[in-house]
Design a protein around this ligand. Sequence first.
Ligand code: NAD
Length: 309
Amino acid sequence: MQYRKLGNTDLSVSRLSYGASPLGSVFRNISEEEGIRTVHTAVDMGVNLIDVSPYYGQTVAETVLGKALKSIPRDKYILSTKAGRYGADFQDFDFSAKRIRSSLEESLGRLGVDGVDILFLHDIEFANLKQIFDESLPCLQALKDEGKVKHIGVTGYPIKIFDKTIENFDIDCILTYCRYALYDTSLEPLLPKLQDKGVGVINASPTGMGLLTQRGAPPWHPGKPELLDAAKKAVELCNKANVDITELALQFAIDHDTIASTLVGTANPVNIQKNIEWAEKPLNVELAQEVRALFNNIDVTWPSGHPEN
Ligand code: NAD
């Protein structure tokens, strides 16, 4: 496993990292025992960054992850969780300082740890950005000054929220998802600015939340029908070439110098092992180009959060 420095932080993160949302059964009902074995396999094979949120499975992912972490020494992993997004619907957000503090305490309890390495505000495009800059990020900074969290950042889908955030506040890192993958690379123009400011980049969802897998996108996937259709064609193209589309998707997403780490989610120990082994192999550039061409001229994005953000 290769490791990269996360922005200006002292963290050296594995190039492929583990996203724990599947532990909350967000893609399918999972076996807790398999989920725990998946975490152990990831860490045993050199993954050192694990990301979770109270939102995933409405606290279930944190609870299952906590059980998995019990038997792993704390210095073997870098842990990030989030605050601000909670319920299953699109209404349940609370970015107040009071809730951020209580949320962190609850997360630490579920995870069974004394502190986290990174605390993110979860999906700030759903917030009033004035509150984010005047209240929520100052709260994260205070938690950092108090030593309760080591590093702070924001997550979300629209690219412009990251630009607005780094213009307004000093953060350590961002977590972006579905914006640097085979079907959409729209994160790229912002990467030089993030690098100049020393803001570390964690890229999530290399398969586009299941789009670029044999199982395909889950029913709740927000992509437009034309994107889902193109993804099915991409799977067929890779099948004909005898390449697992997930292998290609992972290798493409991790193949960028200024992205420190890419989070992949699974609750299947066999799949995490495959993912880590694939990450060590080179990208089939020609096939990647053919797959990328399938997504030319279609709208690969979807609305997320308040339009003004
Ligand atoms: P992903 O692209 O990692 O896809 C996950 C899907 O791919 C699951 O259905 C999983 O079963 C499947 N998969 C993984 N490996 C596979 C393999 N080898 N073969 C077949 N299928 C495989 O998307 P994701 O889980 O949404 O993102 C990864 C992580 O990033 C999340 O768990 C979460 O931690 C983080 N994330 C954060 C945000 C945010 O903060 N807003 C948003 C999205 C993701």
